[in-house]
Ligand binder design. Structure first.
Ligand code: GLA
Length: 377
C-alpha cells in the first residue's frame, strides 16, 4: 500500500503534504567533519518519507510503517525523550529545537516510512531528522535555511539523542543536488556541488555487521583528535599541514600521532579527489579511495575484518576503480567506484564471494546521486 493510502487508513483523511529526505554515502573524507575538515558525500536514491496533515490542536501523532505501524504521540507543549518507540525521538527532538529557536509549529498527524537501511551507515537517522524538519517547515510558522536545518538536526543527534556525530550526514541530506556530490568545508560550512564523473557508478556493499555509534569507539576517536590538536596548539586538526605534523609527530603519543596522520592526509585526499572528479579522472579518484581505506584501517583503526574482506573482494573485480569503508566504520558499508559496463557483474560477484567467505548474503545497492530534502507535493 502506498504511503498516502496508509495515511488515509490511519487518520481517516488524505495527507496534505508528502516530504522526503535522502540517506547518503560518503565518497571520501572520513572522520574529518568533526575536525573542521573536508568531506565529499553524495545523497543516495533511498530516502525517508513523511506524509503529513495539519491538526487543529498542538499534538503530534506519528505512525512508523517500518516498525509494524507503531504509534507514538506527544504534545508540542511538553516534549520529552522517550525510552520506548525510540524512532519517535527524531521527530520529538526536531520539534523541540525548532521551537527553541522561535518556530511557531502546528500540530500534525504523520505517517513515516523509509527505505534507507537502518544502522548500516547510510544515515537513516539524518534522513529522518531532516525529513521531520522539512515537514514542520512545510506547514509554515517559521523560516530556516538548509544549512541551519542541517545544524539543527545535528544538534538533535548530539544533544537529544546523545550521539556525538559531526555535521556531514545532516548537511548532505538537506543540501544535496541530483547528479552531484557535495564538497563541504566543515570549518565554515561553505560548500560546492561537484558533478559526478561520467563512466562510473557508485555501488554500496553492506557487510551486515551492525554497530551502534553510541557504543562504538567513535567518541574515543574524537577525543584522540582533540588531544592531537591540543598538543599541536591548534583549535582543529584541519589547521595542521603535513609539514606541521612532521614536526610534532615524534613528540606525541604514538596512537594520537596515528589518528592525526589519518585526518591530515584525508583532508588533502578530499581536495585531490575533487580535482580528479572535475577532470573526470576516474583512476586517480579510485586510488584516493583505496588510500583512504588503508589510512582508516592502519592509522585511524576503524575498520574490521568484515569491511576489509568486502574491500578485498571488490578490488579483485574487473572495473573496480576504488573501494573503501564509508561512514563511521566498525561495520556497516563499503563504497565502491565501478566502471559502468562492469556494474552488473560486480554486484553479482561481490555478493556471491562475500557469501562464500562469510556465509552472509550482503545487500548491495547501486546508487544514483540524488537531490536533498524536498516537499514532494
Ligand atoms: C558518522 C558521523 C559523521 C562522520 C562519519 C565519519 O557517519 O555521523 O558525522 O563523522 O561518521 O566520517
Amino acid at each position: 500500500m502506498s504511503l498516502e493510502s496508509e495515511f488515509t487508513n490511519h487518520f481517516g483523511a488524505p495527507p496534505e503534504r508528502v516530504v522526503r529526505a535522502p540517506g547518503r554515502v560518503n565518497l571520501i573524507g572520513e572522520h574529518t567533519d568533526y575536525n573542521g575538515g573536508f568531506v565529499l558525500p553524495m545523497a543516495i536514491d533511498r530516502e525517508a518519507r513523511i506524509a503529513a496533515r495539519r491538526r487543529p490542536d498542538r499534538r503530534v501523532r506519528m505512525v512508523a510503517l517500518d516498525f509494524g505501524g507503531a504509534v507514538s504521540e506527544f504534545s508540542l507543549d511538553a516534549i520529552e525523550h522517550v525510552a520506548e518507540q525510540t524512532w519517535s525521538n527524531y521527530v520529538r527532538g526536531v520539534a523541540l529545537f525548532l521551537q527553541e529557536r522561535g518556530a511557531n509549529l502546528s500540530g500534525l498527524d504523520l505517517v513515516i516510512q523509509s527505505n534507507v537501511p537502518i544502522g548500516s551507515g547510510l544515515s537513516s537517522s539524518a534522513a529522518l531528522e531532516v525529513c521531520a524538519a522539512t515537514t514542520f517547515q512545510a506547514f509554515g510558522g517559521f523560516s530556516i535555511s538548509q544549512v541551519e536545518t542541517a545544524q539543527l538536526c545535528q544538534k538533535v543527534e548530539n544533544e537529544f539523542l546523545g550521539v556525538q556525530t559531526g555535521i556531514m550526514d545532516q548537511f548532505i541530506s538537506a543540501l544535496a543536488k541530483a547528479g552531484h556530490a557535495l564538497l563541504i568545508d566543515c570549518r565554515d560550512l561553505s560548500y560546492q556541488h561537484v558533478p559526478m564523473p561520467q563512466g562510473a557508478t557508485v555501488v554500496v556493499c553492506d557487510t551486515t555487521k551492525r554497530r551502534g555509534l553510541v557504543t562504538s569507539k567513535y567518541n574515543t576517536r574524537r577525543a584522540e583528535c582533540e588531544e592531537a590538536a591540543r598538543l599541536m596548539g591548534v583549535a582543529l586538526l584541519r589547521d595542521v599541514s603535513p609539514t606541521d605534523l612532521g614536526r610534532f609527530e615524534t613528540d606525541m603519543p604514538p596512537t594520537v600521532a596515528k589518528r592525526a596522520r589519518h585526518v591530515v592526509a584525508e583532508n588533502a585526499r578530499v581536495l585531490e579527489a575533487v580535482a580528479a572528479m572535475k577532470q573526470n579522472n576516474l583512476p586517480t579518484f579510485g586510488t584516493l579511495m583505496n588510500q583512504s581505506h588503508e589510512s582508516l584501517r592502519n592509522d585511524y583503526e576503524v575498520s574490521c575484518p568484515e569491511l576489509d574482506t568486502m574491500v578485498e573482494i571488490a578490488r579483485q573485480q574487473p572495473g573496480c576503480l576504488g573501494a573503501r569503508l564509508t561512514g563511521a566504520g566498525f561495520g556497516g558499508c563499503t563504497v565502491n567506484l565501478v566502471a559502468d559496463e562492469h556494474v552488473a557483474a560486480f554486484v553479482a560477484n561481490v555478493a556471491r564471494e562475500y557469501e562464500a567467505r562469510t556465509g552472509i548474503r550482503p545487500p548491495v545497492y547501486v546508487c544514483r546521486p540524488s537531490a536533498g530534502a524536498s516537499v514532494a507535493w
